[in-house]
Design a protein around this ligand. Structure first.
Ligand code: DO4
Ligand code: MG
Length: 296
């Protein structure tokens, strides 16, 4: 089952009313989940239930006619969850970070092999772009990249309920200058993208077979293409979840980005007008244009 958070295009983008709804993505149609019991945070209501599939089946019963996907705006698949990130979980990320950071290079090797993973706060929901919405390059960065990452959707009890595609957009020059600048390299408006759907954990392919691919287009041409596989991650998902939950509670659930295994070459930086497409098996493709400057 693939859940989608959406808004009918006709309802406009009024700031005073939340017209968001949740549905099931089936082919190129969205089956809206209609039950009023789902309340004001319907996505969380489903994902945090004891048995999400039962809630979906029950709320599907009274549901209205399917809507063509082409007629809806897809929203980021979260309500009130914080987004956290894990880092240096693939060798490729370790090597790239060692190269970008002269003075702090040894810290990346140390965290790659250490028992404790790197975990950092990444975004509040208002900093997250949905499918088709611009991700941003900071105005004070000359070297920024997208980071395609498998994102875990965790309930308040840290049960792994689903998966989505994540982009941990990062300013490599700011991160490389001094590790104390990491929050500025990572956390700013539209520095994170999520979507297009949440695939329930029960519907995902076997972990070892999950491929992750990224393509970046500039002026209609592909300027970077890369791929990796979840099998190349140096840690287990359960290890990351365990560390995340040691001293923090997440009453609204939490999204955890699991680190990147695809890093463009060092002479590549995102530019305004680029188009980033990240595909993960079992979930789909998250596409975002790139902007620089103040968010709309
Ligand atoms: O410390 C750097 C962040 C690493 C990261 O975001 C990643 O490996 O994906
Ligand atoms: Mg990352």
């Amino acid at each position: 089952m693939r859940l989608i958070k959406f808004r009918d295009r006709e309802s406009g983008s009024s700031l005073t009313a939340d017209h968001s709804r949740v549905g099931l993505l089936e082919g190129d149609e969205v089956v809206p989940l209609g039950s009023p019991d789902l309340g004001p945070s319907p996505l969380s209501r489903i994902l945090h239930a004891e048995d999400p599939e039962k809630v979906i089946r029950d709320s599907r019963r009274g549901s209205i006619a399917p809507v063509p996907l082409a007629k809806v705006d897809i929203l980021p698949p979260l309500d009130h969850q914080e987004v956290w990130g894990a880092g240096v979980t693939y060798e490729r990320s370790k090597v790239a970070r060692e190269e970008e950071s002269e003075s702090a290079a040894r810290f990346y090797d140390r965290v790659y092999t250490a028992e404790r993973p790197e975990l950092f706060f990444k975004a509040t929901p208002n900093r997250v772009a949905g499918p088709g919405q611009p991700i941003r390059v900071r105005r004070d960065s000359r070297w920024s990249v997208p980071e395609p990452e498998l994102a875990l959707v965790l309930s308040p009890s840290l049960k792994l309920v689903g998966f989505t595609v994540g982009d941990d957009v990062s300013a490599r020059d700011i991160e490389g200058e001094n590790p104390l600048y990491l929050p500025q390299a990572k956390v700013y408006d539209a520095s994170c993208a999520l979507g297009p759907v949440i695939t329930l954990a029960s519907a995902m392919p076997p972990r070892a077979s999950i491929g992750i691919r990224m393509e970046i287009e500039r002026g209609g041409e592909v300027v970077f293409r890369g791929e990796t596989s979840l099998a190349r991650m140096a840690r287990t998902l359960e290890n990351l979840i365990d560390w995340l939950g040691r001293e923090d509670r997440f009453p609204n659930g939490v999204i955890l980005l699991t680190g990147t295994g695809i890093v463009p070459p060092d002479d590549f930086s995102l530019e305004a007008g680029d188009r980033v497409a990240i595909e993960i098996d079992g979930i789909g493709t998250l596409v975002n244009p790139v902007a620089r400057g103040a968010p709309a």
